[in-house]
Write a protein that binds this ligand. Structure first.
Ligand code: ADP
Length: 494
């Protein structure tokens, strides 16, 4: 087995160029971690019009590149820049598909009707790109439904191509709630044989399901935490995919995401007003007073604050929290610092609470990375009552900032947070199982009573949390292990 692997990441997002969620953080950080282990990684994403080409020093490198789709040829251009010293990122330009506002939907949140064509083109263009830049990948690594079709192109179109005949396909599922289901009328464009349009491969009740097809063809499939891998093998969590994932046997597994500690580390974070680490935690109180002032909370370091930074989507369980938050602030001496956007009724509701409970609830509706850092540093607890959570990043950032997570024991939340033990003061957070207003109320009460009444435990937990290490290096090693086992044709992937 050769030691240095060529790995091509194909994705719809990569931070900082294009980001709507955690997927982009993974596609940004994992290639760097893999390169640090000695591998040769390249990334390819679309060239969206929102990307500031000058700022990132993007250069056109290929004149029109012809990509053969099922019923036509598309002529794309390719740009590139250095993602970091060792990783090059390529951008596929195809104006008709990518030169518009928004990654997946318009400003009214309507999905672009040509999404299946846009992302089929991305998934296939990556192969032509490899040839044109003379790069033979050992691994094609796709992410979510947007690049899942690459798994099919690899096996159906390119298996005998000398560039790809030894290439394995890896597919990472970042969120199984999004599968890319589209009407059959798009099938001709994809260019696959009719044989593939059957319920075991691409068909899903008459539609095409991109993720399902990718799962079928990938040599290995993983998701972003071991617990979510298990959950998605059940009907409750799989959005219809459980039987196909169970069928993959040991070729389906979970690898926990890592965290970029260059960005999220209170000791060196430039976005927070005072730096601190576990030996110098008193500075965290100053971050708290700063935050209280900034978002109009009563300035008092002795009142615990609970933070929220989130997309307001049903997955996040915030509607259940919303049904009990008023009772919480009326009964319990606690404050909330809320940052997020999405569901309009939740946006309006949280905004309205800042007036009704002035000084107790502060909210900023929108996206603000600096405020996200300041909340992590300034609050005492961070709540994530998710219905499901493939990995979750904010609870892991929270640990590093000495902010104790209050989470529903699901997916990556369960894998990364250790339950508080009231006898010993061990643990890193507070977990509950049922997504009910009562469970949220009780668990907040439990956390807050630890802050007020079991101060030694609270301080011990903070230190334990801050010492936890979820670096990308560990995750990258697991990916390399999985790639290598797949390349060796080893059936025992775990
Ligand atoms: P998901 O990918 O499901 O949205 P994750 O917890 O995996 O959830 O990742 C969310 C990422 O987006 C985190 O880096 C988080 O800090 C960031 N984020 C979410 N909402 C906001 C916001 N309103 N402002 C700033 N950052 C946000």
């Amino acid at each position: 087995m050769k030691k240095k692997l060529n790995i091509l990441f194909i994705a719809s997002e990569c931070a900082p160029y294009a980001k709507t969620g955690g997927l982009s953080d993974v596609v940004s950080a994992l290639p760097i971690a893999l390169t640090n282990l000695g591998h040769n990684v390249k990334i390819v994403i679309p060239k969206y019009s929102s990307i500031d080409t000058k700022k990132i020093n993007m250069k056109k490198i290929l004149l029109p590149m012809c990509v053969h789709m099922g019923n036509c040829e598309e002529w794309c251009s390719v740009y590139s820049t250095q993602h970091n010293k060792n990783v090059t990122i390529y951008f596929i330009e195809y104006e008709k598909y990518f030169n518009r506002d928004g990654l997946y939907h318009d400003s009214k949140m309507n999905d672009f009707i040509d999404n299946p064509k846009r992302f089929a083109l991305l998934s296939n263009a990556a192969f032509q790109l490899c040839k044109d830049i003379n790069y033979k990948p050992d691994v094609i690594h796709s992410h979510d439904w947007q690049s899942a079709l690459s798994m099919i192109y690899l096996k159906e179109w390119y298996e005998d191509d000398p560039y790809f005949k030894n290439t394995i396909g890896a597919l990472t599922i970042h969120n199984i709630g999004y599968q890319g289901k589209y009407p059959y009328e798009n099938f001709g464009y994809l260019g696959f044989s009719d044989r593939l349009f059957n319920p075991n491969i691409l068909e899903d009740f008459g539609d095409i399901n991109f993720l399902k097809g990718g799962i079928h063809y990938a040599d290995i499939v993983n998701t972003v935490s071991p617990k979510y891998a298990e959950e998605t093998k059940t009907e409750e969590y799989s959005h219809g995919m459980h039987t196909f994932l169970i069928d993959k046997k040991d070729k389906y597994f979970g690898i926990l995401n890592g965290i970029d500690y260059e960005q999220w580390n209170p000791d060196i974070d430039k976005l927070i007003p005072y730096n601190y680490d576990e030996n110098n935690i008193s500075e965290k109180s100053k971050c708290k007073l700063f935050l209280q002032e900034k978002i109009n909370l009563k300035k008092d370091e002795n009142i615990p604050i609970i933070g929220i930074i989130s997309r307001f989507a049903s997955q996040k369980g915030l509607n259940v929290l919303a049904s009990v938050i008023e009772k919480v602030v009326m009964d319990i001496k606690v404050q909330f610092a809320i940052l997020g956007s999405g569901d309009k009724s939740l946006e309006n509701y949280f905004q309205s609470l800042t007036l009704k409970y002035s000084g107790k609830i502060g909210a900023f509706i929108g996206y603000d990375n600096q405020l996200a850092h300041q909340i992590e540093a300034g609050v005492d607890f961070f709540i994530m009552p998710s219905l499901y959570e493939p990995c979750g990043l904010n609870q892991i950032y929270s640990l590093k900032y000495g902010t104790l997570p209050i989470v529903r024991a699901t997916g990556g939340l369960d894998d990364t947070i250790e339950q508080y033990n009231e006898n010993t003061g061990d643990g890193t957070g507070f977990k509950f199982n049922d997504l009910t207003p009562q469970a949220i109320y009780d668990t907040i009460g439990w956390a807050v009573s630890t802050f007020y009444d079991r101060k030694k435990h609270f301080q011990k937990m903070r230190k334990t949390a801050m010492k936890k290490n979820f670096s990308w290096k560990q995750s990258a090693e697991k990916y390399v292990d999985a790639y290598k086992k797949a390349l060796e044709g080893n059936k025992n992937i775990s």
